[in-house]
Design a protein around this ligand. Structure first.
Ligand SMILES: C[S@@+](CC[C@H](N)C(=O)[O-])C[C@H]1O[C@@H](n2cnc3c(N)ncnc32)[C@H](O)[C@@H]1O
Length: 325
């Protein structure tokens, strides 16, 4: 386990005021922060009087660094070392069936990105790891064993990289690949990258492999379904995403579940074909960061917040059938 080093930049929460407004936290409520990270949203939940907060993170380092906040929260904060797609079961294990708010802040934290040994970034060389949970298949395991077509598909789908086939060919020819610097070099060679060019092509490939290794889109789909199951009528959902692949999933989920789309899709199958009652209303317009926030925190540039309110209709995926738990 790697506790965040003091040299790590603190994670600055994105769209914090807007998330707080969307969650409309009332004293005495129970909330879920599905992505604890450095605890930016959880601190706000505490400050706004939430009586019980269950903060999830799949990264043991994030959970470890949150222990001080647990101690100072006066018993209000419980850290849950779990994936947020499993929130229904994890809450039920703790005697909680319904909550007043769920917030998800998708992606990696600054602590994860800034620690070379976690292998998320190619700015500093490190082992090719990229596992948020620090368990399971690493990026190196995947790239050194998967077939060329599978690697190309991952880079194309999750990185929207037009040169994915060529990059995959270079990766397979360059095995074994053990470090982030090695992978970045291979991608640059495959794409004919000129040093000093504005955007490093390795960015898209790194994003794609990270999404694949952590099943980030599957987690998001599962997390939205789980939020639908645990939110009490009138409960609020707030989701911050950082790229279009994620935002599309949230946008479609909220459109579908609020009745603005015909039910059923490849990613979000409907529970039945007859049109179940909407489970969300008051779907807010997407919110993006203003210039001042982007200037202070460049990560905010690509952030989108979507929020909605739970109705009293039954959730579309029952815990027994088709849910991710
Ligand atoms: C962008 S950071 C959250 C930052 C947090 N809102 C803050 O203000 O400090 C995302 C965090 O969510 C965690 N995470 C990502 N996907 C997860 C999942 N499916 N389940 C649980 N935690 C997840 C990551 O490990 C990371 O710590």
């Amino acid at each position: 386990m790697n506790a965040a080093s003091p040299a790590t930049n603190p994670h600055v929460p994105v769209l914090l005021d807007q998330v707080v407004e969307a969650l409309a936290i009332a004293p005495g409520e129970t909330h879920v922060d599905g992505t604890f990270g450095a605890g930016g949203y959880t601190r706000a939940l505490i400050e706004h009087g939430a009586a019980r907060i269950f903060a999830f993170d799949r990264d043991p380092d994030a959970i470890q660094s949150g222990e001080a906040l647990v101690s100072s929260s006066g018993g209000r904060l419980t850290l849950v070392p779990e994936r947020f797609s499993r929130m229904r079961q994890a809450l039920s294990d703790r005697g909680v069936d319904a909550v007043d708010g769920v917030t998800l802040d998708i992606g990696v934290s600054s602590m994860q990105l800034d620690q070379p040994e976690r292998g998320f970034s190619f700015q500093t060389d490190g082992p090719l790891d990229m596992r948020m949970a620090q368990a399971g298949e690493s990026a190196a395991d995947f790239l050194n064993h998967a077939g060329e077509t599978e690697i190309a598909d991952v880079i194309f789908q999750y990185g929207e990289e037009p040169k994915s086939r060529r990059i995959a060919r270079y990766i397979v020819a360059g095995r074994p690949i053990e470090t982030t610097g090695q992978l970045a070099g291979i991608v640059r060679k495959a794409t004919g990258h000129k040093p000093g060019a504005k955007k490093d092509p390795a960015t898209r490939t790194f994003q794609a492999i990270r999404i694949h290794i952590n099943d980030e889109l599957g987690e998001l789909v599962g997390g939205l379904a789980a939020a639908e199951q645990v939110l009490a009528p009138g409960g609020r959902l707030a989701v911050v995403t950082f790229h279009s692949l994620e935002d599309r999933i949230v946008k479609r989920f909220l459109k579908e579940r609020s009745g603005a789309l015909p039910a059923g899709s490849r990613h979000l199958p409907a529970a039945n074909e007859t049109g179940p009652a909407p489970t969300f209303d008051a779907v807010a317009r997407p919110v993006r960061a203003g210039e001042a926030e982007i200037a202070a925190n460049p990560r905010a540039r690509s952030a989108t917040l979507r929020a909605a309110r739970r109705t009293s209709a039954p959730s579309w995926t029952s815990p027994k059938r088709g849910s991710p738990q």
